[in-house]
Design a binder for this molecule. Sequence first.
Ligand code: 5GP
Length: 115
Amino acid sequence: MAEETIFSKIIRQEIPTPLLYQDELVTAFRDISPRKSTHILIIPNKLIPTVNDVEQEDELTLGRMITVAKQLAKEEGIAEDGYRLIMNCNDHGGQEVYHIHMHLLGGEPVGPMVA
Ligand code: 5GP
């Protein structure tokens, strides 16, 4: 059984964080330390620690994360200029919170992708 992170508490609103979106599969909220003027995290409600732990039954949830990212980008007014979606996996990927999440970054040029 994977250990819960702070994100599970945010989903349940045990840590009050304004939610930008929530449904039966996913939740979205602003990153606590934004790297760009728009920096939103879209996460599954189910605790999936890393992308390595994604299963076939999670495909609907993963698809929903992208649909919600697209919708939030439109609501933020950044869709036309563009944005970047990022998922980090494990140590080499720079993952800090072990509950998968998609970063939605934009509102200004995100710059070239650097490895
Ligand atoms: P990672 O490096 O795991 O891909 O990204 C984790 C992100 O979660 C970081 O950008 C970090 O700022 C954000 N984060 C960590 N703790 C909290 C929190 O308690 N609230 C919010 N809103 N974001 C958090």
